[in-house]
Ligand binder design. Structure first.
Ligand code: ZN
Length: 162
């Protein structure tokens, strides 16, 4: 059935693509457009009900269930934000060292030196969405922070192997 979250397009925030011909040309054209953008400048992304940014679960814009908000969806969301964070980390270490950053839908969406303030803003804006909040710091200090990811990561390792 048609995915309501992305309105059957397979993507979120498609309205940010001003060039309609990109959208009309189809899924591959849109994916290429996304790849050409700088990570800071867009929020167009693959619909997390339809795919995980690496592969589509079915046909883009098509899903099996009406509301597939499951732990699998959360894991996919977590994986995507985690990868986005890791990819941007070398840059963030130069520009945001010590700050807290928030990732949603594969993009850096907010930042603050105060974790509580950031978390409150994110909670208001992304009420029902998974958002990854991490402090930008060198790897060896991260272990000191207890976080929900610690619970998710071990299970992610077996994801897809069943
Ligand atoms: Zn969708």
């Amino acid at each position: 059935m048609k995915c309501k979250r992305c309105n059957g397009t397979g993507f979120l925030n498609l309205n940010q693509i001003e060039d309609q011909s990109v959208i009309d040309a189809g899924v591959d054209s849109i994916l290429e457009w996304i790849e050409r953008q700088e990570p800071y400048e867009y929020t167009v992304c693959v619909c997390d009900y339809c795919g995980n940014g690496f592969e589509w679960y079915k046909t883009p814009g098509e899903i099996d269930e009406l509301e597939p908000v499951t732990s699998d969806t959360l894991r996919c969301s977590f994986q995507r934000e985690w990868i986005a964070f890791q990819q941007l980390l070398p840059l963030l270490l130069k520009t945001h060292l010590g700050k807290y950053v928030a990732f949603a839908e594969g993009n850096l969406v907010d930042e603050d030196k105060d974790e509580i303030k950031l978390a409150k803003r994110i909670e208001q804006r992304y009420r029902d969405r998974f958002v990854l909040i991490r402090q930008v710091c060198q790897e060896d200090t991260e272990d000191q922070l207890p976080s929900p990811e610690a619970d998710i990561l071990p299970r992610m390792n077996s994801w897809g192997s069943s």
